[in-house]
Design a protein around this ligand. Sequence first.
Ligand SMILES: *[C@@H]1O[C@H](CO)[C@@H](O)[C@H](O)[C@H]1NC(C)=O
Ligand SMILES: *[C@@H]1O[C@H](CO)[C@@H](O)[C@H](O)[C@H]1NC(C)=O
Length: 387
Amino acid sequence: MKYSLSTAVALGASLAASQCTFTITASGGQSGTVGQLSDGQNRIGGSNPEGTFTISNGQITDSSNRGCILTPPTTQFQCDVGATATGGFAIGSNGEITSNGSNVFYACPATSDMYNIYTTPVSGQSLCVEITLTASDCFATSTMASSMMPTTMQTSIVQASTVQETSTVQETVTSQVQETSTVQETATSQVQETSTVQETATSQVQETSTVQETATSQATAPTSTSTSCAANLSGAYQFPHLIVPVFSTSPTTAAGTSFSGTITSSISSIFNFDFPSTLTGTCSLVFLFPTQSELTTSSFTFSGNGELDFACLTTLATQSTTFDNMGSILTDFGTKTITPGSSTVISTFPCPAGQAVSYEISSVSDTSLSFFQDFNPSPIGLYITSC
Ligand SMILES: *[C@@H]1O[C@H](CO)[C@@H](O)[C@H](O)[C@H]1NC(C)=O
Ligand SMILES: *[C@@H]1O[C@H](CO)[C@@H](O)[C@H](O)[C@H]1NC(C)=O
């Protein structure tokens, strides 16, 4: 059965006993609804029928009652006849699906227009991208009596203030745009993609599963600590879950999310990071800027002397963020000179565990930079590394 939040409350006691079904939307490096091949492989892209899934006690089955597993050794998320569903899945308060506590999944190309889903990137595949998965249903507000819910739901529920947005039309547009930019391997076509200034960003609006309820979470400014974490992705790192450009020349325009960072004299980009609650050590904000020849799946345009200003904002950005409502600077990390071939530690601080934080990059001295944020070798863009 399928139910909405309002009917779920009304249904009350039947909830625990009943099954909860949902569909899945991918966001991030690839986006779109998750469909299924007839054999139960879950895919992003292509024209497969949308999958309908059921979660119970941390185990997911599909509408053909196949158990969904993380196939060893690749960890591909697929549903197999007769398989015992892999445990450890949960759906968070905003619909975010986690496996074993992690909300990071990977989409790796299966064909020219379809992506398989994994919990770890496939070794040797250079085109895997990080994604998050959002369930259409099976998450609830804390107004529901937790005793009525399965244990796995109880553990994943926190106070939710918003109900997930869905927009099928936008997802379709985004997945087409994104497939094109990822599958194209020629540098020229990617340069065109990323050099398109995103003031016409309606085509790039995508759904995001980023937690956006904690806008007031930045209670304190990060305190600088001395020892930096790595300015590379060899160790633990976080990638941005939302990138939003804002325009000083069009201050009320909300461009929505972007896969690229764009910085010009009139455009700044805001990057949201969700710090896991388990990340309690030291974190560094780093900007990685390889040379074009080191990039295989990304590209950039760059001009000027490379001076960019990095700052932590008071207000968490959302898809509705504009230049006018973006809030102000909580901590200005100052001007750094960012040129191709550089890896720069912007600032080092105690990790704000469990919080979501927005960082802004803006232009100094007319530097212009547009880049497709991408962790594939060689990684480019703004990251958090931890140590
Ligand atoms: C879940 O995490 C534990 C601890 O890291 C690990 O031992 C286990 O293999 C993981 N299970 C899956 C299905 O990834
Ligand atoms: C990443 O940075 C760390 C710390 O600076 C360094 O020890 C390590 O060699 C670097 N890894 C690569 C692949 O450059």
